[in-house]
Ligand binder design. Structure first.
Ligand code: AHR
Length: 333
């Protein structure tokens, strides 16, 4: 997986990987958009699924940007199953697409198929989520720093607790994303990092389980959390959708979300902002899904044999409840 250290040393090796794209053109196994621009670039994109509002916005962004760039897009929805993504990538290789991009459902299990893409001289661009494979097997990652999002969630929780006048011990429930997915692993890691460093004595995660990044999962797991831990002070949900499902469970249990249980989520989709403007979510750490335009630029550069950075990070903000009403009309997703 990419981390801060290898991000800083990222430039090394990029030329070699980008050279792979040049090879793809040289041996004629792939369409050529250079020198006359006769052929459109064919991009194979293997999406995670449609588990959340974030994912819908991401898919829309990829499709619209590919169209805008004049690329031929082969789009596949893996329905949150890594094996479906592997089949899609194999089919892209068989079709000899120019570039493959995908957002890996989980971090493990990609070595074989990435080696097949490399052997076929088709460059692979990761988008949104990373993998734990050797970095020589993909060109770059276009996406967020999920560990930092976890840290930011912990830091914004400090402000939320202060505003709520909460004193003493803090019992935290955590709704994790899909088990084994980069955002689930890294958001939990970043949050714990701040908690261990600065709140060892007062914060405690009393319950933590996956809700698979879905609204239904968030609701179901929160119901169980409330039964086993009726005195939860805080919910940290790894995405808005799970937080929104949890809000339904909290209300059904006769509690007030945002007051009896303080809630911090990640993403910043419109539905999350609506809940925050209604006082039901206390703070949101933004994770921007509008990766399409950057991805198309990278695909074009890579296809032309140009250099790109190893990790093209997304710019994001954090929002407290009192900013929600003003920010809502300008939200783009
Ligand atoms: O990988 C990004 C995460 O995946 C988003 O936070 C979540 O909503 C989505 O399902």
């Amino acid at each position: 997986m990419l981390n801060r250290r290898n991000f800083l040393t990222a430039a090394v090796g990029v030329a070699a990987t980008a050279g792979l794209a040049a090879c793809a053109k040289e041996d004629g196994s792939s369409s050529d958009s250079s020198g006359g621009g006769s052929k459109a670039i064919t991009l194979g994109f293997a999406q995670v699924g449609s588990e959340s509002g974030w994912r819908t916005a991401n898919t829309d962004s990829v499709k619209a940007s590919a169209k805008e760039a004049g690329f031929k897009l082969q789009f596949s929805d893996a329905q949150q199953k890594p094996e479906n993504q592997i089949s899609a990538i194999r089919s892209f290789i068989a079709q000899k697409v120019d570039v493959i991009a995908f957002s890996p459902v989980v971090v493990t299990g990609w070595d074989a198929v990435l080696k097949e893409a490399q052997a076929a001289k088709i460059p692979v661009v990761l988008t949104d989520r990373s993998v734990d494979s050797d970095e020589s097997l993909f060109v770059t990652l276009v996406g967020s720093d999920f560990t930092d999002e976890g840290r930011r969630a912990a830091k914004i929780l400090e402000k939320v607790l202060e505003q709520a006048g909460h004193k003493g011990k803090v019992k935290i429930a955590q709704l994790e994303g899909t088990t084994g997915a980069a955002p689930a692993i890294e958001r939990a890691k970043g949050f714990k990092e701040v908690m261990d460093a600065e709140h060892k004595d007062d914060w405690e995660i009393v319950a933590s389980q996956t809700g698979d990044f879905t609204r239904a999962g968030g609701k179901q797991v929160m119901q169980a959390f409330l039964q086993s831990n009726p005195d939860i002070d805080v919910l940290f949900a790894h995405n808005d959708d799970m937080g929104l499902g949890a809000i339904q469970a909290i209300e059904a249990a006769g509690k007030k979300p945002g007051k009896d249980i303080l809630i911090v989520t990640v993403d910043g989709v419109k539905d999350g902002f609506v809940a925050m403007s209604e006082g039901k979510i206390n703070a949101i750490v933004e994770c921007n899904p509008l990766l399409g335009p950057q991805l198309m630029e990278v695909v074009k550069t890579v296809h032309e044999g140009g250099k790109v950075e190893r990790w093209i990070k997304t710019e994001e903000s954090d929002f407290m409840q009192d900013q929600a009403k003003d920010a809502l009309p300008t939200r783009k997703y």
